[in-house]
Design a protein around this ligand. Structure first.
Ligand SMILES: Nc1ncnc2c1ncn2[C@@H]1O[C@H](COP(=O)(O)OP(=O)(O)OP(=O)(O)O)[C@@H](O)[C@H]1O
Length: 385
């Protein structure tokens, strides 16, 4: 757990980079710090591993005041990933990754074996990439080595300063997905700096939106998008808030419609209650669809006339993915399968997608109204004392 208590950093020239900052990051939580250039994100981060010392206030790691901990000892508990990865150019990828555990006293063979596991975990086959040198990697691959190296000493805390900032948007999105998958597995306590609100929303369990040296809002992605606390946050989050909200709202079972269903070995139905039906195989897995008008004019089995359906997603995928899938396949609806991607659950239509989006906005508005009521009642109790 990381806790900031009234932390201020004033540089020698009088710049106040961070002003009376207080917040807490729970164990295993990923908090993104987002805000415009120069608002104090990096300063915040570097105070955690004592690359910068606060002017006042205190920072705790697992309830221990870090100003009382030797910085070298402290940094062993904290992995650090930065944009310019800083790999050793003359060492192979495997040796780069194994460096820290080796320095900490793990035998070379064991450190290399662990490094190979970590490279695998970040999506780099150690057999293919282990013996390469950093200059023989793409920018995205170098970033992955940076993440593997930060994880090598198995620190409970990770500080990541724009780690995916230097790669193109497509690679960046892939790295983000891989990092999320990795975080599910390793559950580190992570502070992640970015100036990109999309990235902050996608990765953060909670987001700290920075104004100048201060946090303007510290909340879940969907609350930041759905109910910005101040005009500043609303501006920063931007006009395309609806689109961003799509990326944090998952498809739920109640969003789905149930169209007619036929099986591959059925005879072609004479009439359908809908313009089309979903076609399942004998194991009830999705095969495709048939058009009612097409079926009405023909004979034979469903198998002979069914069309394949590629536009599908598992339950829990985001509404943004659903929207993108509809566009990509030029589809008026998409099929939704269970999380294991086997059982067919129903279909999502554009109308239902819109309803889901509204449901998500309304839920946040209610949560905020409830929070205000609670605050008022606390005030009332305090006032009556
Ligand atoms: N060593 C320093 N001396 C004086 N001022 C500094 C120093 N380092 C940072 N600053 C100032 O402190 C403020 C916060 O800087 P910081 O690097 O924390 O911002 P940031 O939000 O990380 O910005 P960016 O997104 O551009 O990296 C800025 O105004 C910066 O110019």
């Amino acid at each position: 757990m990381i806790r900031f208590e009234n932390v201020t950093k004033r540089y020698a020239d009088g710049t106040t980079a961070v002003d009376e900052l207080s917040f807490e990051v729970a164990d295993g939580e990923l908090v993104t710090l987002v805000g415009p250039s120069g608002c104090g994100k990096t300063t915040t981060m570097k105070m955690v591993n004592r690359l910068i010392e606060p002017s006042s206030g205190r920072i705790f790691l697992d309830n221990e005041d870090i100003s009382t901990v030797d910085p070298v000892q402290l940094r062993r508990r904290i992995g650090y990933v930065i944009q310019q990865v800083g790999l050793f150019p003359h060492k192979t990828v495997l040796d780069n990754t194994a460096t820290v555990p080796h320095l900490l006293g793990t035998g070379r063979a064991k450190a290399r074996a662990r490094a190979a596991e970590l490279l695998d975990l970040v999506g780099l086959d150690p057999k293919v990439y282990g013996e390469r040198y950093p200059e023989q990697l793409s920018g995205g691959q170098r970033q992955r080595v940076g993440v593997a190296r930060a994880l090598a000493a198995d620190p409970p805390v990770l500080l990541m300063d724009e780690p995916f900032g230097a790669v193109d948007p497509v690679v960046r999105e892939r790295l983000q997905s891989e990092f999320l998958r990795l975080q599910q597995e390793v559950r580190k306590t992570v502070l992640f700096v970015t100036h990109d609100i999309e990235e902050a929303v996608r990765l953060g369990d909670r987001i700290a939106v920075y104004g100048q040296g201060r946090i303007e809002q510290f909340d879940t992605p969907s609350a930041v998008l759905g109910a910005p606390a101040t005009d500043y946050v609303a501006d920063f989050v931007g006009a395309d808030r609806g689109l961003k909200r799509l990326s944090v709202t998952p498809i739920e079972e109640s969003d789905l419609e149930q169209p007619p269903v036929v099986h591959l070995d059925d005879t072609l139905p004479r009439a359908l209650d809908a313009p089309w039906a979903v076609v399942l195989d004998s194991a009830d897995e999705l095969h495709g669809w048939i058009s009612g008008a097409h079926a009405a004019e023909r004979t034979g089995s469903v198998r002979e006339h069914a069309r394949r359906m590629e536009a599908w997603l598992p339950l829990g995928a985001s509404l943004k993915q659903a929207f993108a899938t509809m566009l990509q396949h030029d589809a008026g609806w998409i099929a939704v399968l269970d999380k294991d991607e086997h059982r067919f659950l129903g279909v999502l239509t554009p109308a239902k997608l819109h309803e889901a989006l509204r449901r998500s906005t309304a839920a946040d508005a209610q949560a905020i109204a409830r929070a205000e009521v609670q605050l008022e009642s606390v005030d009332a109790v305090v006032g009556s004392l």
